[in-house]
Write a protein that binds this ligand. Structure first.
Ligand code: SF4
Ligand code: SF4
Length: 268
């Protein structure tokens, strides 16, 4: 059995010390991460192949890595500086824009770093998001892996009305995952259901994300991905500024900040 503490300490050290975890203004993008582990053979992965979950193109862990034993998921929470920068508006803050793109670039480094750590421990490992056959098509809403669903499977949290994954450090941040041939004991997944941490589903006492959404994309049935995509990728409301930095599309994130689930589970 591999030692969870080694991986935990390694990712903490990397996130705290790597110089790429910084915005152009020198402030930190991410705080220390959360880690979760799930058995690669957990039946939940077959559920993800259903049309209404991730979809039939979702690849099982053993389809990425034959002999897979564990899937590791992590959450990188955005720093307070990044989160509070986007409290007002629209428009989206420039800090949030950088945090989305430079943050995902850093997230790729975290994935590669963990891959190396698992190999040092003597295991094989695959990062779906780094594989040539990985895809996430934002126009067709189709993908063969889903970081948020993996995080749910690994016990990191549950979904909110805005379809973010609400962890004990909230939902504003980025997720990543790896599949390994090493065995790590699985984290405990709550039995409270897929929406356990969002009060909207308990008693409708919160719908703050819907009120903050500038495109009307968050409705009682959840997030309308097409409306959100239209706002960020078709209307491209940050067109000029994002071109200055050569970023691919506009971003928003208003539903992730200045809301009760921004950096915690509401009520806790
Ligand atoms: S803002 Fe409120 S309703 Fe929206 S996801 Fe967060 S907790 Fe749920
Ligand atoms: S990212 Fe923006 S447009 Fe998309 S759902 Fe959230 S608040 Fe609405």
């Amino acid at each position: 059995m591999a030692d969870i503490t080694l991986i935990n300490d390694a990712i903490d050290y990397f996130v705290e010390n790597d110089p790429a975890n910084k915005l152009p203004d020198g402030m930190k993008i991410f705080e220390n991460p959360l880690l979760g582990f799930v058995d690669a053979g957990d039946p939940i992965f077959r559920e993800f192949k259903k049309e209404e979950v991730v979809g039939p193109l979702f690849n099982l862990p053993e389809e990425w890595l034959p002999g897979a034993k564990t899937v590791i998921s992590y959450f990188l929470p955005f720093s307070e500086h990044v989160r509070t920068s986007n409290y007002g508006g629209p428009p989206t803050s420039v800090e949030w824009l950088h945090a989305r793109f430079l943050g995902e670039q850093f997230n790729q480094s975290v994935r590669k770093f963990l891959l190396g750590e698992l190999e040092k421990l003597g295991g094989e490992a695959v990062v779906p998001a780094l594989e040539d056959n990985y895809f996430a098509d934002y126009d067709k809403f189709s993908s063969n892996w889903s970081e948020r669903h993996i995080a749910f499977a690994a016990g990191l949290g549950s979904f909110g009305l805005n379809r973010g994954l609400i962890t004990e450090k909230g939902l504003a941040g980025r997720f990543g995952s790896l599949i390994t041939s090493l065995y790590f004991p699985p984290s405990v997944r709550s039995e409270g259901g897929v929406f356990e941490n969002c009060p909207y589903y308990a008693d409708k006492s919160c719908s703050a994300c819907a009120k903050r959404c500038p495109s009307g994309a968050i409705r009682k049935e959840g997030k309308n991905k097409a409306a959100c995509n239209r706002y960020t990728r078709v209307e491209d409301h940050m067109h000029e500024i994002r071109l200055q930095f050569e970023y691919d599309h506009s971003v928003c994130g208003k539903c992730q900040v200045n809301v009760p689930c921004e950096d915690r589970i509401p009520g806790r």
